[in-house]
Ligand binder design. Structure first.
Ligand code: UT7
Length: 349
């Protein structure tokens, strides 16, 4: 069976830098609180009208495609991970296919939030292994800034997230032992509501059993979006941060060790761990728990915040540009987030 390699990496972050101090103009927060709890100093926000999740993905994709030594016309499948799509439907994959003038290839959108990129990479890996495709574009992109609650009510979430995009091109490996060694995907829906954006949706409070205040006034159907949702700020993501934190610091090390154990490797064999950039405190906990040196872990959350599906490919691309990933290196990508879903990918570069 063919194995798959990452042939090219690229990323794009918007120009607009939003510092922690900048956010204090809109909500009761402070630079000190944000840095102390999350490690974030600043994040990027997309141009409000000039940039979308898809346009940022295109910028990242162009770089990845060029570095892979291929062209947009040669891409034979698109996998697009995001939780902040341009449209509710259709997905961003087709918008990218259209804008990049690609052939009438398949375009798959992945909705796995923070672990979206690892899931997407895993799908690409399987398609390469079976020989179905030979040149797959995998992107993670987010325009969070458009859908956050920037009042004090939403501060536990809105200070964390930032915008940006990352992309890779996945191709068959050139030699034995190179490329994606394995991927490991997991989910546990027990706490699905602890990190979620409920509306617009078809749930009608089915899973939470909360009363539907305006149900009687609604015409047949049409509970997808209501004035009540807008008036009561129910169109924003919500999160029980401490609960997510506690689960993350268990599942990150678990899924990293699962990948290493599969290949009888040790943490000392790892050249670089790229954890999803959720919170610097989570990454530090994982590093300590696995007894990894500083040079074995790559973090850039201080500059970009949490960019969900984009965080791993942005970090991968930056680490590669900085020369931190060399041929033959053992690289582990690991993510955990809403769902909960989590996963890892172990790569021999
Ligand atoms: O990538 C997706 C997965 N997501 C994650 O992995 C996130 C995991 N969770 C976290 O990163 C952390 O839980 C947060 C950074 C979200 C929050 O940090 P925390 O240390 O868990 O704080 P907390 O939610 O327990 O809140 C502590 C206090 C509260 O005030 P009281 O009740 O103690 O008076 C909050 O209201 O901090 C308050 N607070 C804030 N204060 C200033 C919450 N957000 C803010 C804020 N600025 N932005």
């Amino acid at each position: 069976m063919l194995s798959a390699k990452i042939a090219g990496v690229g990323h794009y972050v918007p120009e607009q830098i939003v510092s922690n101090n900048h956010l204090t103009a809109y909500m009761d927060t402070s630079d000190e609180w944000i840095q102390e709890r999350t490690g974030i100093k600043e994040r990027r926000f997309a141009d409000r009208t000039g940039e979308t999740t898809t346009t940022m993905a295109i910028q990242a994709a162009r770089v990845a495609i060029e570095r892979a030594g291929t062209t947009a016309e040669e891409i034979d499948f698109i996998i697009f991970a995001t939780l902040s799509p341009d449209y509710y439907f259709p997905g961003c994959g087709v918008l990218l296919q259209r804008a990049m003038k690609m052939k009438e290839i398949g375009a798959l959108d992945i909705r796995n939030q923070c672990s979206g990129f690892v899931y997407a990479l895993s799908v690409a890996d399987q398609f390469i292994k079976t020989g179905m495709y030979r040149n797959i574009l995998v992107v993670g992109s987010e325009k969070h800034s458009f859908g956050l609650d920037f009042s004090t009510r939403g501060r536990n979430i809105s200070v964390i997230f930032g915008d940006g995009a990352g992309a890779v091109v996945v191709q068959p490996a050139d030699r034995e032992g190179q490329g994606i060694l394995s991927t490991h995907l997991h989910s546990d829906g027990e706490s699905a509501e602890l990190l979620a954006m409920f509306n617009p949706g078809t749930h009608a409070n089915h899973w939470t059993n909360e009363p539907l205040a305006s149900f009687d006034e609604a015409p047949i159907g049409n509970m997808f979006m209501s004035h009540q949702m807008i008036d009561q700020a129910q169109l924003y993501p919500t999160m029980d941060g401490p609960a997510v934190f506690k689960k993350a610091i268990v599942k990150f090390p678990e899924v990293i060790m699962e990948a290493l154990n599969r290949h009888h490797l040790q943490t000392s064999d790892l050249n670089l761990l790229i954890p999803h950039q959720a919170n610097l405190r989570i990454a530090q906990f994982v590093q300590q728990h696995l007894k990894l040196r500083d040079d074995q872990v790559f973090n850039n959350i201080e500059k970009y915040g949490n960019t969900t599906a984009a965080s791993i490919p942005i970090a991968l691309s930056e680490a590669w540009e900085l020369g931190k990933i060399q041929t033959g290196d053992l690289v582990c990508l690991a993510a955990f987030g809403s769902g909960y879903t989590w996963g890892s990918a172990l790569i021999r570069w």
